[in-house]
Design a protein around this ligand. Sequence first.
Ligand code: FPP
Length: 229
Amino acid sequence: MKDIPKHVAFIMDGNGRWAKARKLPRNAGHKAGSEALQNIVEYANTLGIEYVTAYTFSTENWNRPKEEIEGIMSLLENYLDDAIKKSKRRDLRVKVIGKKEGLSNSIITKIEKLEKLTKDKKSLCVVFAINYGGRDEIVRAISKIIEEDINTEITEDLLEQFLDTNGIPDPDFLIRTSGELRTSNFLPWQLAYSEFYFTDKLWPDFTTADFDIALLDYAKRKRRFGKTV
Ligand code: FPP
């Protein structure tokens, strides 16, 4: 396939509805969602995609019931443990974006450990957005610039250096599942020129075949970045 995007971002929506349709608890939906993500990441790696960013937990998700939050955090912790264990023989790089404040110390320690263990890995980079909100990220970036008393002109390049995504190219392609047509405070700065794709499939049902369909759609688009061609 030609015209493969370098960076694909996912809003993994519909886990709750997937579980409800099966009369399962919502956390069963999140578990199935994490498995769908692992399949997509492995497949993306075989396609030569360089970055996959997954909206895993937003700053607004703290408003969900305690039990659901604990379920997602425990999935996350299991993922981190497993990835730390496998980091020696796997070539994946892992990065986490979002606000550390609010996460448990145990999760923060594991994130830092995994990022350190995988920082020089050469294949796909998985970026987990955890406790992430786009507006929050921009506010934190501006606060850091002020804190460091930087006395140069504020430019786009300078601001980008203070975003959590510093060093990560902007997503070429955003995929949101479950039929919702919005971006929900996900990467508002970085998605400025990205192509968007929406599908009715619920995230746990999103397969590599669905990903292929989305990628074919992407390949047909003409990206102009504001220019006339
Ligand atoms: C949105 O579906 C999904 C989330 C808020 C959580 C996404 C998290 C995962 C897929 C688990 C990731 C875990 C690891 C370890 C990577 P929703 O609950 O809003 O679904 P609904 O709109 O149908 O209720």
